[in-house]
Design a protein. Structure first.
Length: 156
């Protein structure tokens, strides 16, 4: 999963494997290996990657954090900041999200909005289990959001 995140973030920021390798002072093959899951960056390189991509080290390497990324446009930062702490339904057109995850009755809590990311939290049913639930944190590229609807606070 870390490898997938690294590839998604590299592409979002427009770097080739060679350009990123040059920034980190590693080989292109090292970047390729990380992205293919054949090894992982050392802590110092992971910290550099997190800084380059504008995410926390925890979000970069954490298994409980997923990324949703799409092209680029300039979002209204004031409006997005206002969403912090609110429950919202998010409208998106991103093939990487499970469509049933944010159905008409579902809402997510916006935990934080930064320059390029919206950090949300929601509860979903665990894989292959109808009773157990798990809390998931997702980092959403602000460019992936088409719109949102604020729902009554505390209501999922």
């Amino acid at each position: 999963m870390l490898g997938e995140k690294l590839a998604v973030l590299r592409k979002k920021h427009g770097y080739s494997q060679q350009e990123l390798a040059d920034k980190l002072k590693v080989t292109r093959q090292t970047i390729s290996n990380w992205e293919c899951g054949q090894g992982a960056p050392a802590l110092d390189k992971a910290a550099e990657l997190a800084k380059i991509y504008g995410v926390s080290l925890d979000d970069l390497v954490g298994d409980g954090v997923e990324f949703v990324v799409r092209g680029s446009r300039k979002p209204n930062q004031k409006i997005l900041k206002w969403l912090e702490g609110k429950y919202v339904r998010i409208s998106y057109s991103d093939k990487f999200w499970d469509m049933d995850l944010y159905g008409a009755k579902s809402a997510v809590k916006v935990l934080e909005v930064t320059e390029g990311w919206i950090r949300v939290e929601y509860t979903r049913t665990k894989d292959n289990c109808l009773i157990q639930k798990e809390t998931v944190i997702k980092l959403i590229d602000v460019n992936a959001v088409d719109g949102f609807e604020v729902v009554e606070e505390g209501k999922e």
